[in-house]
Write a protein that binds this ligand. Structure first.
Ligand SMILES: O=P(O)(O)OC[C@H]1O[C@H](O)[C@H](O)[C@@H](O)[C@@H]1O
Length: 561
């Protein structure tokens, strides 16, 4: 079986309006109200040809210092071929040594693409993008004797990734390896000249792959960041590159699919439909919505505007309708007839390698319509700084204010005036939803274990159904490197519900003055304080018993739904 949905493409030009390219087609884009005007403007300014050729002036002079070094993603389909052989060789060597359990430490753009790629094809990759002590412990306990840790960080300075590296090196040494042999279990992906490149080479890690520095994290799916972990997990990356290559030529075509998607996003935004709800249509692409979330949120959510991505469970999930919503399905095949009407305005159908490139191109075009620089993420740093401040002063990180009230295993925190009269979780949920304004959204931010505490994610659908508003669900700190930019910098209409939990068995981070538990807590508190500072309502449910607390929340959401 080939992966990535490549084999099923069928051309349906009549219904679609834009040409299919490389087996990818965008259905319904020209039916979005206002699409014709956006398309005319794109054609008048020749934007497709200009962006395809790497013109960095499209977002205005203020963006140019950044855009001039951020368009390298356009040509990765050919450039990244150079990785195919060395990665196949490395994978063979590792497998021959019995090292076939691949763990990826990387945040945001350094892990989202490999996760989609491996999940779509059904290859095993453990992604560590958490500071939850229980989740890290569980990863460390799994197949350590067969583990290769891929440490991926463009900047080389991301605290979560560095913490995972430290924890793994210690675990290898505790298991009897010398420090030198422990480092041979690491493969590093980073930008040339980063502090991680230097330290990795000094430590003698197994291999260092340097990525193209002219590609930002969220556009890096087809650089070493997306490809190294995927190839080591057993993926045929040349197939992905073929798929991207097949669509590359069409980017310059003003009637091609990438422009059509940009037109749909831009027209929807201009008409006040600033929430893009993304669902897989069930034909084989797994998790693409989580990847697109980062791309859209970090690229467009700034200067008080932007497109809020909402990854949902299925095309008919709650939240896919509404006058502020554009519902998009993604699929590996062109089941145009079946997808039509089933909870979507636009369908992006085609193989994964082509999807990456088309979404990147469309997002950059939408950035031009919105009038922002799609290549920076100016508000992510604020939460990181607030976290660092709390870590530098552990007393303040640890001292909690008193809950406004406690309902069994759930302590409820938040603005006293907004929680006035509430005494149960059910009441508190009513108050969270009551804080929503017109076209507002709720962001549920769970700083928990995304495997062990997984069932909490099912809170999204009933909350959205009940409120009639967009509801997003993200695991912290993973979302801080993705939708977190929009929460702080995008349209200021979010209401935030943090869920934190007791840490039963904390884990030290070797040679750091803080533990995973303290880091996780500081990240929630740091981001919460930045959101409050920007005038947003922030509520927090703290679970003194995680399992009972999750059950309590789900019961409250479902019974009042
Ligand atoms: O790859 P790294 O430098 O570790 O960065 C990982 C992530 O961190 C930041 O928070 C950025 O906002 C993301 O765009 C990036 O993907």
């Amino acid at each position: 079986m080939t992966g990535f949905g490549a084999e099923q493409g069928k051309k349906q030009d009549d219904e679609v309006g834009n040409a299919a390219a490389g087996g990818l087609q965008v259905v319904g884009a020209y039916d979005v109200a206002g699409a014709a005007d956006v398309l005319v403007a794109f054609k008048a300014d020749d934007v497709a040809a200009k962006l395809s050729a790497g013109d960095d002036t499209l977002w205005g002079p203020d963006a140019q210092p950044e855009s001039s070094k951020r368009l390298g993603w356009l040509d990765l389909a050919s450039e990244s071929r150079a990785l195919v052989e060395p990665l196949a060789k490395l994978r063979e060597e590792l497998v021959a040594e019995g090292l076939d359990h691949i763990v990826l430490a990387g945040m945001g753009g350094s892990s989202l693409a490999p996760e989609v790629i491996t999940e779509t094809v059904g290859k095993s990759l453990v992604t560590l993008d958490t500071t939850d002590a229980g989740q890290v412990r569980a990863a460390l306990a799994e197949n350590l004797d067969r583990t290769i840790l891929v440490v991926s960080s463009k900047s080389g300075g991301t605290v979560e990734t560095d913490s995972h590296r430290r924890a793994y090196v210690k675990a290898f040494v505790d298991a009897g390896l010398s420090e030198a042999d422990a480092n041979k279990r690491l493969v590093v992906v980073t930008d040339p000249g980063s502090p991680l490149e230097k330290s990795a080479k000094e430590a003698g890690v197994r291999a260092v792959f340097l990525a193209n520095p002219n590609v930002g994290g969220r556009y890096s799916a087809l650089t070493a960041f997306g490809l190294v972990p995927s190839a080591l997990a057993g993926i045929d990356i040349s197939e992905l590159l073929d798929q991207a290559e097949a669509v590359r030529g069409s980017l310059a075509d003003p009637d091609g699919p990438a422009v059509a998607l940009g037109v749909a996003l831009g027209a929807a935004y201009k008409a006040g439909r600033d929430k893009i709800v993304i669902a897989s249509d069930g034909t084989g692409l797994v998790g693409l919505g989580d990847w697109a979330e980062q791309l859209l949120a970090e690229s467009t959510g700034k200067e008080g505007k932007g497109i809020l991505p909402v990854a949902v469970e299925s095309p008919t999930a709650a939240g896919t309708t509404g006058d502020d919503v554009l519902a998009v399905t993604v699929g590996g095949s062109l089941h145009v007839g079946e997808a039509a009407g089933a909870g979507r305005d636009v369908a992006v159908n085609g193989p994964l390698g082509a999807q990456f490139l088309v979404w990147e191109f469309a997002t950059a075009l939408a950035g031009r319509v919105i009038g922002i620089n799609p290549f920076d993420q100016p508000d992510v740093e604020a939460a990181k700084q607030a976290t660092r401040d709390l870590l530098a002063n552990p007393a303040s990180a640890q001292s909690d204010t008193e809950p406004v009230f406690t309902d069994g295993p759930v302590q409820v925190f938040g603005p006293a005036e907004l929680l006035a009269g509430a005494s149960t979780v059910d009441d508190a949920i009513g108050k969270v939803l009551g804080a929503l304004g017109d076209h507002g959204y709720v962001a549920v931010q769970a700083y928990l274990d995304r495997h062990a505490d997984k069932k909490l994610a099912s809170v999204r659908d009933p909350l959205s159904k009940r409120s009639g508003h967009a509801v997003t669900f993200g695991w912290g700190p993973r979302f801080l490197h993705s939708t977190g930019q929009f929460h702080k910098g995008g349209t200021p209409v979010g209401v935030f519900l943090q869920i934190t939990g007791v840490v039963a068995d904390d884990l030290e981070i070797p040679n750091q003055p803080f533990s995973f538990g303290t880091l996780q807590k500081s990240q929630a508190a740091g981001d919460g304080s930045v959101l409050e500072g920007r005038g947003r309502p922030v509520f927090r449910f703290h679970l003194t018993d995680r399992s009972a607390g999750i059950d309590r929340i789900l019961k409250a959401v479902e019974s009042t739904g």
